[in-house]
Design a protein around this ligand. Structure first.
Ligand code: ADP
Length: 600
């Protein structure tokens, strides 16, 4: 990734990324910007051309008719232009919000479509944070950048006009003003460098703050924080990050202050020189009083517009530097390789062929030389001690990661050749660390706005709720499946128990209607009766679908056709329950014996 390129080289990629998308979505925004620029170009020249006529008429003939006419042109022109400008500005204002929302949405969309591996990658997480802040208040987003770019164009036109005017009457003035503008530009660039360095330092601190501000104070951490007395440690850490934060801001303010003072001195010197030079020319009668005022006004206008232009350039560079983080983030690839092969309908034959895997950035093989075939409709139980590689096996099957070596085949074809989205549709997993959304039960199961829910869908959800044993709980809720989970957004939200949450997650998986159901420790949070119920309904629940079942409770294995025993990243034993209990000294036999003791 081309990360450390020069600041000014970031302008083009940013504009190329932001403007066409923005223009396609909101063309009127750009049309209004053009109008605004045109009016802003016209405004100063009206005064510059008409005022000298008025002044010279005053000091010479004092023809009333002419005086009134000049004054009328000035006032009416000013009025019309400012009224037009106000109207355009009024219309433009609403686009800040719209464009910001639009690009935030793009970031959110992209982060949800990202290659899963990146969700655990520190650099990608930092990049996401930088893209978010970089596209908001730091750069003003597409709105802020477009506004500056248009001002830049407007200022170029204005400067050309002012210089032409001045060059005719007082050419040296251009040199004086240019000197000042160059010096001022230097100072602004120094200040921007300081700002940008501060922003880079703050990105990491902000991410940590975000973690503290959002996650730790979340109720879900409440129990652990209290019982393990983590409060002091958390507060200390918070204080320490605040200090880092404050130190960075202080450093920024101190560094910028010195430059600002130098800028003020340069400004005073320039003003003195301008008046001296123009004064001498007027006294020598090189030009009229009207032209003297025109030159003073042009000099002021040229000075402020040139400064404006330098500021535009630096501001565009500064804004694009921040917004470039968005470009970099959007360059992160979406999902693993994209292929287009269609998955065939119905149940699938799945095969792991010599599959080995180490997590990205590590060397240790978490899975080694895995060979296994899962028949269509087979119920496979996967057992093994913690850390044996069971969940990793499932993650590879779901293509959240690609194998380091070897192949996974579905219906005889390498799974990498399938369309990623379509492949994902084949699986309905319930991971151990599944996440429910802070929305209603129905939305969690169906992933659909209740207003768009059809009667059939509602019936299906009710049926699934009955199957997973949530009927009683949901029945007691006034709003039924339209009850919100957790109390974050709704006061009348419920706090479901771990077991209930797991049942909702299982219901979500069942509703997906995928040919392969995966339950990773599905009953870990369930009480024995709920567990029994899930087992009793097991065949009704999964029907003829393929089911993978990771469990520590070996009693569940009896429901399965085959059992794969994982140990140290390998499949150590494989067969039916009856075959495995009879292996002398076998891992499964020992585990089963150990657990059976308690049930006898
Ligand atoms: P199991 O499901 O059998 O308990 P896992 O598949 O979760 O085992 O983990 C297997 C090994 O891989 C463990 O040693 C674990 O620490 C390691 N591991 C799991 N996830 C990651 C990860 N994202 N990055 C690096 N190592 C991981």
């Amino acid at each position: 990734m081309k990360k450390d390129i020069k600041s000014y080289k970031k302008i083009l990629p940013v504009i190329k990324t932001l403007f066409p998308t923005a223009a396609k979505k909101y063309p009127l925004f750009f049309i209004l910007q053009v109008l605004k620029t045109l009016i802003e170009i016209l405004q100063p020249f009206l005064g510059l051309y008409v005022s000298p006529l008025l002044v010279d008429e005053l000091v010479t003939d004092r023809n009333i008719r002419k005086l009134v006419m000049y004054a009328a042109i000035l006032v009416a022109g000013e009025f019309i232009l400012s009224a037009l400008l106000e109207m355009v500005l009024y219309k433009l204002r609403k686009y800040q919000e719209r464009l910001d929302n639009y690009f935030s949405m793009q970031i959110a969309r992209h982060s949800m479509a990202l290659d899963f591996q990146l969700t655990e990658d520190k650099k990608a997480l930092d990049q996401l944070e930088k893209a978010k802040t970089g596209m908001t208040w730091y750069s003003g987003g597409a709105y802020g950048i477009a506004e500056q770019a248009f001002m830049f164009v407007g200022n170029v036109f204005k400067i050309t006009g002012f210089i032409t005017l001045i060059a005719v009457n007082a050419p040296w003035l251009i040199l004086i003003i240019s000197g000042y503008v160059a010096f001022n530009g230097f100072i602004t660039s120094k200040c921007n460098a300081v700002d940008f360095a501060a922003y880079k330092r703050l990105a990491k601190i902000n991410r940590l703050f975000g973690y503290f501000g959002w996650n730790i104070v979340d109720f879900r951490y409440g129990k652990d924080v209290r019982l393990y007395d983590a409060r002091d440690m958390l507060v200390d850490k918070w204080v320490s990050y605040s200090e880092d934060n404050n130190a960075t801001w202080k450093w920024q303010a101190d560094s910028v202050y010195r430059y600002r003072v130098a800028g003020s001195i340069a400004r005073a010197v320039t003003t003195i020189m301008t008046y001296l030079y123009l004064g001498i020319l007027a006294v020598r009668k090189v030009f009229s009083i009207g032209i003297f005022t025109q030159m003073i006004e042009s000099a002021n206008a040229l000075d402020s517009t040139m400064n404006g232009l330098v500021w535009n350039v630096q501001d565009i560079i500064r804004r694009c530097n921040y917004a470039y983080e968005y470009v970099l983030f959007m360059e992160y690839p979406e999902a693993i390789e994209k292929n287009t092969d269609k998955v065939q309908a119905g149940l699938h034959m799945i095969e792991f062929r010599n599959v080995s895997f180490a997590y990205p950035g590590t060397d240790r093989k978490v899975l080694e030389d895995i060979n296994i075939t899962i028949e269509p409709g087979e119920k496979l139980s996967i057992v093994g001690l913690n850390g044996a590689g069971k969940t990793t096996f499932i993650k590879l099957l779901c293509r959240l990661y690609d194998p380091t070596s070897g192949q996974i085949l579905m219906d005889g074809k390498d799974i990498r050749e399938y369309d990623y989205q379509e492949y994902m549709k084949q699986f309905a997993p319930v991971f151990q660390d599944f996440q429910l959304l802070r929305f209603t039960i129905g939305e969690n199961i169906l992933h659909k706005d209740p207003r768009q829910r059809t009667d059939e869908e509602k019936e299906k959800v009710d049926e699934i709720i009955r199957l997973v044993g949530l009927e009683d709980m949901v029945g007691k809720l006034g709003k039924g499946i339209d009850t919100t989970l957790f109390k974050i957004f709704e006061e009348d939200g419920i706090e479901p128990s771990g077991g209930e949450q797991q049942k909702i997650a299982i219901a979500r998986a069942l509703n997906k209607d995928a040919p392969v159901i995966i339950l990773d420790e599905p009953t870990a949070a369930l009480d024995p009766i709920a567990e029994y119920e899930i087992y009793r309904h097991f065949h009704t629940l999964v029907g003829n679908k393929t089911a993978l079942y990771i469990s520590h409770r070996l009693s569940s294995c009896r429901f399965c056709d085959r059992i794969a025993v994982f140990a140290d990243g390998r499949i150590a034993e494989y067969g039916s329950h009856d075959e495995l209990v009879n292996i002398p000294d076998g891992i499964y036999a020992k585990m089963f014996e150990a657990q059976a003791q308690y049930y006898r």
